[in-house]
Design a protein around this ligand. Structure first.
Ligand SMILES: NC(=O)c1ccc[n+]([C@@H]2O[C@H](COP(=O)([O-])OP(=O)(O)OC[C@H]3O[C@@H](n4cnc5c(N)ncnc54)[C@H](O)[C@@H]3O)[C@@H](O)[C@H]2O)c1
Length: 361
């Protein structure tokens, strides 16, 4: 039998409506229930007013059996599966990480899963994305992650991912808006199509992801008034200072911080915090180190680093610009996400994670 996880004085469980109900367009059912560990009262609300019955049923069961029921239902109403929260720093949280089939997103999803979160791997690349979700399930239990095919420039696909999150895990607490693309080039090289592509994924994509997750988050706040949720955009150090011959990327990232500040003001009343993390370069990731298409090879071939004749020399040139003399890792970024999640008295910030390369004024 399952046992409930104790968080402070309460037991946090998730109630998941059946997948078929979500498919029938009824996914917005109670995402979570907090039952005080003394099991005196429980705080659950259902849209149909059956909350006290559901709460009483869960509470009674815990009191009698000292464990969670597997399902709980309301006569003539919905039937919920009851899932104990996973243990860990993010136990009880469901997180959707866009662009998590590879690179920073994959590493962030792995770190968050290891910290107890249930993960929705949302990516354009189904082959790699499904593999990441399967690896997470293998490591952390068969219900630790699901893959959802997502294009952050297409709101229908994002709405489907949010429904999948609610159907699989009963809610959504953290959005990591990480998917991003880079096409560098100066004014003499950048064509309109390339500019539009970078802007639509990095800037508009962040807006569409936020718009897709907010209805569920607002509902969760209505159900549990003390429940805080997070939207974290993976921005860049190029969102804090200009990037030579890379204006399409830097412009979209600067704009992303404008969205973060504005969303933060709009959503603060719903206990939805909105922040950006601004990482330095992830030299070990595919964007830089791919042996064919990686930036090290591209910059070597383009002669961008004067005098460099090998990939190693190009790499050393970029490393020498970082006071801590190493690149940024997914773990570095995830630690910043943990901070933003745990810190309830901050929103609308852009947090650099750059080894000292960019310092705020
Ligand atoms: N790599 C770095 O050095 C670096 C530094 C600072 C910030 N960042 C930011 O980190 C984020 C991740 O970068 P990365 O280097 O890991 O990239 P990456 O290219 O390694 O991975 C990006 C992932 O996003 C997915 N993706 C791309 N377009 C998508 C779309 N329209 N919808 C859904 N998924 C899509 C890709 O399939 C891929 O899995 C980006 O926002 C990037 O701007 C990266």
């Amino acid at each position: 039998m399952d046992s409930a996880e104790k968080t402070g004085t309460s037991v946090v469980v998730r109630m998941t409506c059946a997948r078929e109900m979500a498919a029938l367009g009824n996914p917005l059912l109670p995402p979570c229930v907090r039952v005080p560990s003394e099991a005196g009262e429980a705080e659950v609300r259902c849209d149909d007013g059956s909350e006290s019955i559901v709460a009483a049923a869960v509470t009674d069961f815990i009191r009698k059996h000292r464990c969670l029921p597997r399902t709980v239902g309301v006569e003539g109403g919905p039937q919920f599966e009851v899932t104990p929260a996973r243990e860990g720093r993010l136990g009880g949280c469901v997180a959707m990480v866009t662009g998590s089939a590879q690179g920073f997103g994959k590493g962030i999803a792995e770190e968050m899963a290891a910290a107890g979160a249930l993960i929705v791997v949302a990516d354009l690349n189904a082959e790699l994305g499904e593999a990441v979700a399967a690896e997470l399930c293998e490591k952390h239990g068969e219900q630790a992650a699901v893959f959802c095919s997502a294009n952050v420039t297409d709101s229908d696909s994002l709405n489907a991912c949010v429904e999948a999150a609610v159907a699989a895990f009963g809610g959504l607490d953290i959005l990591v808006a990480n998917a991003g693309v880079l096409k560098a080039g100066g004014l003499d090289e950048m064509d309109e199509a390339a500019f539009d592509f970078v802007t639509s994924v990095n800037y508009k994509g962040y807006f569409l992801c936020t718009q897709a997750v907010v209805p569920v988050m607002k509902l969760q706040n209505r159900i549990c008034a003390d429940w805080f949720m997070d939207i974290v955009q993976v921005n860049s150090k190029s969102g804090l200072e200009g990037s030579r011959r890379n204006f399409a990327y830097a412009g979209g990232k600067f704009g992303g911080i404008g969205l973060t500040q504005s969303f933060a003001l709009e959503l603060v009343a719903h206990h939805i915090k909105v922040n950006s993390v601004c990482p330095g370069n992830f030299f070990e990731g595919p964007l830089w180190s791919d042996p064919e298409k990686g930036l090290f090879v591209q910059y070597l071939n383009a002669g961008k680093v004067p005098g460099a004749t090998t990939v190693e020399e190009v790499r050393e040139f970029y490393l020498s610009q970082v006071p801590m003399h190493r690149g940024c890792s997914p773990r570095d970024v995830t630690i910043a996400i943990f901070y933003l999640h745990e810190q309830q008295y901050e929103t609308g910030q852009a947090l650099p994670v750059t080894g000292g390369q960019v310092m705020l004024n």
